[in-house]
Design a protein around this ligand. Structure first.
Ligand code: ZN
Length: 318
């Protein structure tokens, strides 16, 4: 049986139900006892680890943590229940990120109902969270980030009001409507005969190598962006670009378009501002890397679209 690589953030577990976003914002939804509440601090969801499984921590509507919330967004319906994502804010302006996190962690550890809970850095621990709940965490994280970073009107500069439970902001001064922004990014498996190219950016975790990626610019198709990025980063001309798969990527608000493309050349001209290193690997070498048999390199992590591209190519599926 064909094994399909998992892609985190990619499932349809949430019924988005735009119609339910329009309910009166003053409705005391937190008093809806059937609702599920998940909470974030600085983009990190509160999770708990029991029996080696990491799950989101769901709070009752009257939990003390919900009194420290400055933003609530409605994600949708999950297993028939309303699910809300909340952002915890710093009570004191002069307290540092670490102080505030320490304060909440201490109170959480003293709460018998929460003492297995902690704030998870999703980016560092991508595979800790289950596939199903990754969609809840990813959507909540992205939507909270957009709201916290779009408090003022980009047109006239005045404060925006929140609408549709976090899915829209409106300027009452100039009547401009603002909607959550998504940034398209291409990520591409570059093939030359029996070899593929992987590289590492300076901001990657140590030893990690992945497919080349870059933002799509205004006026570009995803194929044009792929050609430009590859030319800029490693000096290669690519052709026969094909779409493979896509993945929402809430760091903070990307949509990754996974592509593959061919090149007739292998000589690299690496832009050292963009890439620390880039290397060609044969299918056998990549297979070894994916098995964890390389001391000095780590492959793109399971659950990412880069990993899907690499594994699919090794298995001759793309
Ligand atoms: Zn305005």
């Amino acid at each position: 049986m064909r094994e399909i690589p998992r892609l985190i953030f990619n499932n349809e577990i949430v019924a988005r139900r735009a119609d339910l976003r329009k309910v009166n914002q003053s409705t005391p939804v937190l008093k809806n006892k059937g609702a599920l509440n998940i909470i974030f601090f600085d983009g990190m969801p509160l999770v708990n680890k029991t029996n080696s499984q990491t799950r989101l921590t769901y709070l009752f509507h009257d939990h003390w943590l919900l009194t420290h919330v400055d933003l609530t967004v409605f994600i949708g319906l999950y297993k028939g229940k309303s699910i809300f994502a909340h952002n915890i804010f710093k009570d004191r302006k002069d307290s540092s990120h670490e102080d505030t996190l320490g304060y909440f962690n201490k109170r959480i550890q003293n709460d018998l109902m929460l003492n297995m809970s902690y704030f998870l850095n999703l980016r560092n621990a991508l595979t800790d969270i289950s596939d199903e709940e990754s969609a809840l965490a990813g959507t909540g994280k992205a939507l909270i980030h957009w709201n916290l970073n779009n408090k003022y009107c980009g047109k006239c500069g005045l404060a925006l009001s929140i609408k549709n439970y976090g899915w829209e902001r409106h300027c009452n001064s100039c009547n401009q409507h603002h909607f959550p922004r998504i940034d398209p990014v291409i990520i591409i498996l570059i093939i030359s005969g029996n070899k593929t190219l992987i590289g590492r950016s300076p901001h990657f975790p140590e030893k990690l190598y992945s497919c080349l990626a870059g933002f799509v610019e205004p006026g570009e198709t995803i194929e044009m962006a792929a050609k430009r990025e590859v030319q800029e980063e490693v000096g290669l001309k690519i052709y026969d670009i094909e779409y493979v798969a896509n993945q929402p990527w809430p760091f903070p608000s990307s949509l990754m378009f996974g592509l593959k493309g061919n090149t007739n050349h292998t000589l690299l001209d690496i832009d050292k501002n963009e890439l620390e290193d880039a290397v060609w690997l044969t299918r056998e070498e990549l297979k070894n890397l994916l098995k964890g048999n390389c001391n000095n390199m780590l492959p793109a992590r399971p659950g990412t679209i880069a990993r899907l591209l690499l594994e699919s190519w090794v298995r001759n599926e793309i």
